[in-house]
Design a protein around this ligand. Sequence first.
Ligand code: FES
Length: 350
Amino acid sequence: MNSQLLNSATWQHGEVRLVCVERWHETHDVISYRFQAEQPVKFQFKPGQFITLLLDINGERVGRSYTISSSPSRPYSIVLTIKTISDGLVSNYLADHLQVGHRILATGPDGVFNLVDIETEKYLFLSAGSGITPMYSMCRWLEDTQKGSDIAFLHSAKSPRDLIFHADLKQFDNVNEHFNLAYSLEEGELQDGTAVVEGRFSVEWLANQVADYQSRTIFVCGPAPYMQAVKSALIEAGFDMERYYQESFGGEPTSTVNQAAEQEAKPFMLHISDKKVDLSAEQSLLEGIEKLGLPIIAACRAGVCGACKCKVVKGEVESSSQMALTPEEIEQGFVLACSTQLRSDALVEL
Ligand code: FES
């Protein structure tokens, strides 16, 4: 078995059947799942990338992307670390059903928010909540492969009981003199000497903690309001945004109706076979397809993974991402539904 493992093929891209070999709680509402491939492989991915799980839930195919929290420097398994969201269909399904020994289909890896496509010498990781997962993969990778890397890591959480990966990060902080770990917590304290401030992210905190932050490359991941606040604060502080990168997907879609969007005028009609729904200029094609109850896999919901590809047969549309499409597909009228809005009535094929 050992030599078989050592000589196993490398999985780099595409679909793979995973077997859950371990699961454990990181915090009260965050669970890590470790997977190996059904046929032994070495997983090759870039630290920071995500994988898309393809599940059948209540008879429907559902896809959802999650960052790999483990590092490719430990290639025989991958770990996904997932926060259970109260109305999150997939995270709840996994928490309730995915046990050791269960098999699951996945595809990937994908994502440009990673340490191979973005190279630098001086890292500044800013994260909040479960946005810590790509940062942890990156830190583990750097610690395993480039000892002594210059890393500043500022993480924001609600309280000490919400801190994910604290023991490992503390260990990096202890053994690497160039690793600078600090937290902002809305409540509670840590008694182990880690730098902690009360409250949320602020540039003042950043400047106090990381005096040379202006010369670093910044990686940001967390809930959308957090990323927005960090971005605005850095722009205001005159940071060179050429060295600013943020992960562009995260939370699960919820069933909450967006009131503002509901009240907007909806000038365009989306037709798909014999069904139709009206959409505003702000709503995505994906929202329309989901409203119609039609089957579509929307994994990243950010124009990255390509799962929501569909074809515009008639009508005008505007797309903010074509990242996952080939020039031929674009020529043929394919779009990414999550990143496309109507500019006229349209006929679409799934
Ligand atoms: S859901 Fe990933 S590209 Fe649209």
